[in-house]
Design a protein around this ligand. Structure first.
Ligand code: SAH
Ligand code: ZN
Ligand code: ZN
Ligand code: ZN
Ligand code: ZN
Length: 501
């Protein structure tokens, strides 16, 4: 897996192979990282948190071959226990039932604690901000809960109406009756709201998310506390049973997965988790019939993975059956990543799917059109290139063909005779294509100076400007280029300096 561009980039993830179990932090089994040595030999390996890239959020660190004392193991276990949610899922469900039956004027929500309050609990929350809740609000938890904005853990960027309706309409039209929502609470919410309208055929949904606040609003077969970076169910067996029963299509209902991971997340472990979900689904199918019609014997669970386009190569390397679509996903609480027509910027977030792209009809009123040659819907400015035999644009702008490079390139690029390839006119000439790529977005094709996502980086800086978080600002770990921008794991490795914590 260690592709050329990963080598120089510092750190890579070693996926767990059978046998060896990783130590656990409060977020479940940790991931094994390896410092990539220049010489190509085996680098130092260490375990660090799968979900948090900042030591402040989870300080777990252990060298691979550390001997951990019994006392330390016990302390670790005690710490993991202490990080458990205040209530079990059963308790949350019981609370919800009680809450739902309360008269309107007793329905209260504590904004400080992010919890629905039962009678008798009000006093304990004084002087917190406790607000009255209507039945309508109760059905829209993603609007009630304040989005987590921790950029290095679980930054939450919620779909606009436009994007969530598009996703649901598309999937419903394709006949899917069950949607596995992985990190997509707003999609699950929309599904449930629509079911109430009784205008459409009902769709079932199951939310898998690390944000346990959602457990307050859903029954046990609608929510599982889950970590998508290590495929960990926090309550173990009980949840995997819920997933299994959801994935079985014994009732003849087709299931599809929609995942919208934090964009700073590691592609490889995410791909691994999604494959494991797909395998679970596969085992539950009567026969291995193929859904893609190419006659191959293995079938994948239909899925949509929502991620920025500049991770395309990385995602396809991990999950080759996925194809990137031109549809631009946008977010309510994201100032920059708005759809081209209305927002200031075009969103770089795309759908990666193994559903046949011909079947995913992108909205005409937003300018998307069907390319008969490519057999997929493309952005209005994405003109088919007969030389590339593709609609080449990735970013929604019209790209142009370079005869020397024999491919289409961004409109702002010019062919450089010295470098022997296209680049921005003011590129650092003659230095060759440095493999570490863009310091801002992780893209290997340009440097930070020419990054059109520059603004998003500025947003995350310190001080007042950082208020609106950006979901997309960090990269797959192997793409962490500079020493001063080390990932949490890299920093931990450095800080620990040989001692485990
Ligand atoms: N656009 C989606 C939300 C995406 S934000 C929507 O509108 O529904 C990313 C989501 O992934 C959040 O819900 C967040 O809680 C969840 N998440 C973040 N880290 C996670 C992890 N390690 N495992 C599972 N879910 C995670
Ligand atoms: Zn409170
Ligand atoms: Zn071309
Ligand atoms: Zn060129
Ligand atoms: Zn960039």
């Amino acid at each position: 897996m260690a592709g050329a561009n990963q080598e120089s980039l510092g750190i890579r993830v070693i996926l767990p192979e059978g046998g060896k179990t990783a130590p656990c932090c409060p977020h479940g089994p940790t991931l094994l990282f390896e410092k990539v040595s220049k010489g190509g030999g085996k680098g130092q390996r260490f375990y660090a948190c799968s979900a948090c890239r900042d030591r402040k959020d989870c300080s777990f660190f252990q060298w691979e071959d550390d001997k951990v004392s019994e006392a330390r193991l016990l302390a670790r276990e005690a710490k993991n226990q202490s990080k458990r949610p205040a209530f079990t899922q059963e308790e949350y469900c019981a609370r919800y039932r009680t809450f739902a039956s309360l008269p309107l004027d007793e329905k209260k929500f504590c904004q400080d604690c992010q919890i629905l309050l039962l009678p008798g609990e009000n006093e304990a929350h004084y002087p917190h901000r406790c607000i009255a809740i209507t039945a309508a609000q109760l059905r829209r938890p993603s609007m009630l809960l304040c989005p987590l904005d921790n950029k290095k853990k679980n930054a939450q960027y919620l779909f606009t109406e436009r994007s969530s309706h598009f996703l649901l309409d598309t999937l419903a039209a394709l006949g899917y009756r069950k949607v596995l929502c992985v990190g997509t609470p707003r999609l699950q919410e929309l599904i449930k709201l629509r079911n109430l309208e009784k205008k459409h055929e009902p769709v079932k949904s199951l939310l898998l998310d690390i944000d346990f606040r959602y457990a307050q609003f859903y029954s046990q077969d609608e929510f599982c506390h889950y970590n998508m970076f290590n495929h960990h169910f926090f309550v173990g067996e009980a949840s995997s049973a819920v997933l299994q029963s959801f994935l079985s299509e014994s009732d003849g209902e087709k299931v599809v997965m929609v995942a919208d991971p934090p964009f700073g997340g590691l592609v490889k472990p995410l791909a691994n988790s999604f494959s494991l979900i797909s395998q679970t689904w596969g085992k539950l199918q009567n026969s291995g019939q193929c859904h893609c019609g190419d006659g191959s014997s293995t079938s994948d669970m239909p899925m949509i993975w929502i991620f920025p386009y500049f991770f395309e190569a990385r995602i396809l390397e991990c999950l080759p059956s996925l194809i990137m679509l031109d549809y631009q996903v946008d977010y309510d609480n994201h100032p920059l990543y708005k759809h081209g027509k209305t927002g200031r910027k075009q969103s770089p977030v795309r759908l990666f799917t193994n559903i046949c792209p011909r079947d995913i009809v992108l909205p005409k009123e937003e300018g998307y059109r069907f390319c008969a040659v490519c057999q997929r819907y493309v952005s209005s400015a994405n003109k088919h290139c007969s030389k590339c035999n593709a609609c080449p644009s990735k970013d929604g702008r019209e790209w142009k063909h370079c005869l020397a490079c024999e491919k289409c390139v961004k409109p702002s690029w010019k062919h450089c005779q010295i470098c022997g390839h296209c680049a921005l006119p003011d590129h650092p000439c003659g230095q060759g294509q440095r493999s570490e790529g863009c310091y801002n977005c992780g893209n290997l094709q340009h440097k930070q100076k020419s990054c059109h996502l520059k603004d998003s980086r500025r947003m995350r800086g310190c001080g007042s400007k950082a208020k609106s978080g950006v979901k997309h600002v960090s990269y797959d770990l192997p793409c962490m280029p500079k020493a001063n921008r080390k990932s949490g794991a890299a920093r931990r490795a450095k800080k620990a300096g040989g001692q485990s914590t």
